[in-house]
Design a protein around this ligand. Structure first.
Ligand code: C2E
Ligand code: CA
Ligand code: CA
Length: 561
């Protein structure tokens, strides 16, 4: 038709050609032929119909897209006459669809592949690798958060974009580079061996070494790299990715700016830590964290004066993970502010339900003390539960004070001014415990458990000296890790004011704590807190089961049903 001639940009006289020739004249070889054109040709050769084939056509230097539908026509004698059909120029629709699918598969900031595209590309590379090896390189910028925080997100974005460009520049066209999110990048390479992968990694690290110029700022960015090789280190995408990630984690923790190849002997602990760190991100939103409270007892009256809030994590597959395992991870990964905030809010909500003479003690990490938002948060939580600041005390481990961090000291001072009691925790474990006492006026010191464990005779000069020293300085003393009546009575003789430990009570759930507080202890030989039967089988305390035996052996055992 004349309309078709017009669209095809040819005189009507030049339209007497085969449809296939019309659309394929720019493809010199079979391999150059687009899939849809091949389909059309094959259908036509078989005298079969085709529908809505979207075919690329070059018209005078312009790339257009046609949707073609055709049906073979046969004469009354059954002879093939030709095709009859309709076509539409669908260039605009096609382009926007292409753009959409591009956007769905690329990171808009850097133009690199995104996670979806990366996952597909990795699966394809592994399926096709054959004799070749596939290297998976995971990269993570060091201290990128600081760049964002210090210079703002525009500068952060510029840095990420430049990192993407430099990375691309260090790669061959067929290599795939992706930004997986934040400051995480990944690369997929076909390589012959480990050595070749290392060369590429070195090239990338070198390319990122030059400073980044953003306006009049000059910024340096370090990068940590982990590499895993298929099929040696795994041949399914998940496993390979996990192993590259383990190597990356290793790189990060061995001082940043390093690269590590995964190897099978690599500490499985690293692996485990990494997995825990990932799971910890969901722990709070999934409600897996909870808080238990261990009573602190006045040694002369043997009554509870305070309860220490201790965080617990009920992991969906591992069961209870003790804080000694996940708190350090939370500190490293910046999640401690959220977790510490949760513990504080829980503690305040319990304090609100306890009689007013009881305090609740909350542990604070170094990074929480360096957090500008802490004071505001503390005030807000106390307001929310209408709890006076005097009822929330804070415990800070001795090691925090050794950094001599002025920010931390300011926060301590502010908490103090606000009316909170402050305890120096794990006293005696640092190298300069005495100078710590000089650097800040704490209300209380908590003698570390390790000293109490050894407290088996009546001559324990260190514990005695610490208690005497504290008295001279007007600081109250609490002993932690009291596991036997002998410990308790020795401490009492040394005039230690208070104590905490399995001998008196395991950490309790809030319900148990409230119950125990309600039950006034009797004044006989065992005027200790008696615990409900559920205490020992509660999952929150399982890691301490071995210690429970000690309690049972003590002269007046807990009531265990
Ligand atoms: P910590 O502050 O020294 O807490 C005392 C730890 O000793 C607790 O372990 C407690 O359950 C345990 N314990 C109590 N009595 C005895 C005893 O008689 N014998 C022995 N052997 N152990 C006893 P837990 O709950 O596993 O906590 C470990 C550490 O985790 C805590 O040590 C604290 O440093 C940290 N932590 C716990 N919760 C938090 C939190 O919410 N924030 C921060 N920053 N750290 C926390
Ligand atoms: Ca503590
Ligand atoms: Ca302690």
């Amino acid at each position: 038709s004349s309309r078709f001639a017009e669209v095809a940009q040819r005189p009507a006289s030049a339209m007497e050609i085969n449809l296939f020739e019309l659309v394929s004249d720019t493809a010199p070889t079979e391999a150059d032929l687009p899939e849809a054109i091949r389909t059309m040709r094959d259908q036509m050769a078989a005298r079969a119909a085709f529908r809505e084939l979207v075919i690329p056509v070059r018209l005078g230097g312009d790339q257009r897209w046609w949707a073609l539908t055709g049906k073979p026509r046969f004469g009354s004698d059954g002879r093939f006459i030709g095709y009859r059909g309709v076509g539409a120029d669908v260039t605009v629709v096609h382009r926007s669809r292409e753009r959409l699918s591009y956007l769905a598969r690329h990171d808009t900031l850097t133009g690199l592949a995104n996670r979806a595209e990366f996952n597909d590309a990795l699966a394809t590379a592994l399926a096709l690798c054959g004799q070749q090896r596939v290297a998976l390189i995971c990269l993570d910028l060091d201290e990128f958060k600081a760049i964002n925080d210090t210079y703002g997100h525009d500068v952060g974005d510029t840095v990420l974009r430049t990192v993407g460009q430099r990375m691309r520049g260090a790669l061959r066209p067929q290599d795939i580079a992706a930004r997986l999110g934040g400051d995480e990048f990944a690369i997929i390479l076909d390589v012959a061996d480990r050595q070749q992968a290392i060369l590429v990694v070195q090239r990338i690290v070198n390319s990122l070494d030059a400073p980044f110029i953003c306006g009049d700022l000059t910024i340096r960015v370090g990068v940590s790299v982990g590499v895993a090789l298929a099929p040696d280190d795994g041949n399914d995408p998940d496993q390979l990715y996990r192993n590259a990630d383990v190597a990356l984690y290793r790189a990060k923790s061995s001082g940043r700016g390093a690269y590590w190849m995964f190897d099978v002997t690599m500490d499985c602990q690293v692996h485990d830590q990494r997995l825990l760190q990932r799971d910890l991100r969901d722990a709070l939103p999934n409600g897996e964290l909870f808080v238990v409270y261990q009573p602190i007892i006045d040694l002369s009256t043997r009554r509870i004066i305070s309860l220490e809030a201790l965080a617990r994590w009920r992991h969906p597959r591992r069961g209870i993970v003790p804080p000694a395992e996940f708190i350090p991870i939370a500190e490293q990964s910046g999640q401690i502010a959220a977790i510490g905030g949760f513990v504080l809010a829980e503690a305040a909500s319990l304090a609100a339900r306890l009689p007013p003479h009881l305090r609740v003690a909350v542990n604070l990490s170094a990074s929480q003390l360096r957090d500008d938002g802490l004071m505001l948060y503390v005030r807000d939580v106390l307001d929310r539960f209408s709890v006076r600041s005097q009822r929330i005390e804070f415990e800070i481990t001795e090691s925090v004070m050794l950094d001599n961090d002025s920010r931390a000291l300011e926060t301590l001072q502010a908490l103090r001014t606000q009316g909170h009691r402050l305890t120096i925790d794990d006293f005696g474990t640092g190298y300069s415990s005495l100078s710590v006492l000089r650097s800040f006026a704490f209300d209380q010191l908590k003698i570390d458990r390790s000293f109490i464990t050894d407290l088996d005779s009546d001559n324990s000069p260190i514990v005695r000296a610490v208690i005497d020293l504290a008295r001279a300085l007007g600081i109250s003393v609490v002993a932690e890790g009291v596991e036997t009546e002998q410990h308790a009575s020795i401490l009492q003789r040394y005039r230690c004011a208070s104590a905490q430990g399995y001998y008196f009570s395991l950490p309790l759930t809030p319900a148990e704590a409230l119950q125990v507080i309600g039950a006034v202890p009797d004044h006989g030989a065992a005027n200790r807190v008696t615990l409900p039967a559920t205490v020992l089988c509660d999952a929150g305390r399982q890691p301490m089961m071995t210690r429970v035996e000690v309690v049972q052996l003590s002269e007046t055992p807990f009531r265990i049903m």
